[in-house]
Design a protein around this ligand. Structure first.
Ligand SMILES: Nc1ncnc2c1ncn2[C@@H]1O[C@H](COP(=O)(O)OP(=O)(O)O)[C@@H](O)[C@H]1O
Ligand SMILES: N[C@@H](CCC(=O)OP(=O)(O)O)C(=O)O
Length: 367
């Protein structure tokens, strides 16, 4: 390990506007400066940004619109382009490229789309490009939307294999009660267990700017910490807040990661029964079992079943015994075509490729 980490930073509307009706560029440029510093130090930064609706309102001059979902979607559609343009401008000051990803819940729940989104995210990070993510509000219906960017950022942290998730908001962290209405509320600095008592103190957003208040931040902290991600809720306006989180200095409210990340993610991946069988030769069997290798097409002897890319399949030895379960990066037809072939030939045979391995080691459980 080179000590570099992956950090997801979620910026709420409250941070981006500084409580006003406009995006506060001075605020945002300071946060970008902190991200750029960590990026230059070799860390991987993922931004989850709210603010499309606020930006849309600003861009259209605060129009009177009916209080419908369609109005919010209209505002998000208008505002998203100004929002992404702003991020692009600010990161370009530091010579850093960004890549926009707009996601919905449906993109995380369908395995093939999950893998596609994960591949894109990894490709951006591998190329030192900062992914800037928001919910795809324009297409999100009740069934497929995440609904708030706190929960979206937890899903993104899982997608990005992140070490840390920082939820930046307009409060110093989670208080014993909403500090806007309870002057005696005190900051909770460490949370070891998320339970009903904790949920009860987390109220909704009263500013009318954000979505979900602390309630959705606790939901996000619950999901991400269970997946092995350290979570902090802190104030976006606190000087050096992003660097402090990264250096594990005391800041805001910290929720400790609960389990080994890889094992948790693997469990998530291995819920469903295998959709097909891949029989591998003895060379591949030894490489997987003894050397911890990924499965390459070269080692595949045969493929049974009809399955799509992204599903869990069984890997068997020539003796028919179970060797492993893993997530296939190619569908069954493609695997049959590339079985026994060198990885360099994949794109020539298929006309496309999803990388050199059939099943990646990180997506495999060995028996
Ligand atoms: N227990 C609590 N501690 C801190 N803030 C709370 C609490 N309960 C409710 N809140 C409210 O949550 C708000 C932050 O959430 P929200 O407005 O959705 O912001 P964001 O845009 O950052 O997601 C705070 O301004 C605060 O009024
Ligand atoms: N996707 C919406 C943000 C929804 C949201 O969760 O907002 P917030 O509570 O401010 O993080 C937007 O870009 O306006």
């Amino acid at each position: 390990m080179d000590g570099s980490q992956t950090l997801v930073v979620k910026l709420g509307t409250s941070v981006l506007t500084g409580g006003s009706r406009r995006l506060n560029r001075a605020h945002i440029v300071e946060l970008v400066r902190q991200c750029a510093q960590l990026h230059t130090a070799g860390h991987r930064i993922v931004i989850v940004t709210s603010g499309a609706i606020a930006a849309g309102r600003e861009h259209l001059g605060y129009p009177e619109l009916p209080a419908t979902i369609a109005s919010k979607q209209l505002l998000a559609a208008v505002g998203q382009s100004s929002l992404i343009q702003l991020w692009e401008q600010l990161f370009s000051i530091y010579g850093i490229h960004i890549g926009q990803m707009l996601l919905t819940r449906a993109d995380m729940e369908d395995r093939e789309r999950f893998l596609n989104a994960r591949d894109t995210l990894r490709a951006l990070l591998d190329n030192r490009i900062v992914p800037v993510i928001n919910e795809n509000d324009a297409v999100a219906t009740a069934e497929i939307k995440v609904g708030d960017n706190d929960n979206l950022s937890a899903l993104v942290a899982i997608l990005a294999d992140a070490d840390k998730l920082l939820l930046l908001t307009d409060q110093a962290g989670l208080y014993t009660a909403d500090p806007r209405t309870n002057p005696n509320a005190t900051l909770i600095t460490e949370v070891t267990a998320i339970n009903d008592a904790l949920r009860a103190i987390a109220g909704d957003s009263v500013s009318g700017l954000g979505t979900g208040g602390m309630a959705t931040k606790i939901q996000a902290a619950d999901v991400a910490s269970r997946a092995g991600v350290d979570v902090v809720i802190a104030a976006g306006s606190k000087p050096g807040v992003i660097g402090d989180m990264m250096a594990d200095l005391p800041v805001g409210t910290r929720f400790h990661a609960l389990e080994m990340p890889l094992e948790t993610r693997k469990r998530w991946l291995f819920g469903p029964p295998p959709a097909g069988d891949i029989t591998v030769d003895n060379g591949a069997l030894a490489a997987i079992r003894e050397r911890g290798s990924s499965l390459l097409p070269k080692g595949i002897r045969s493929v049974e079943g009809d399955f799509s890319r992204g599903v869990v399949v069984r890997i068997r030895g020539l003796d028919g015994k179970d060797l492993a379960h893993g997530v296939s990066r190619y569908n069954s037809d493609a695997l049959r075509m590339i079985a026994g072939q060198h990885s360099q030939q994949i794109s020539q045979i298929l006309g496309y490729e999803y990388g050199p391995v059939a099943i990646h080691r990180d997506d495999m459980i060995i028996y």
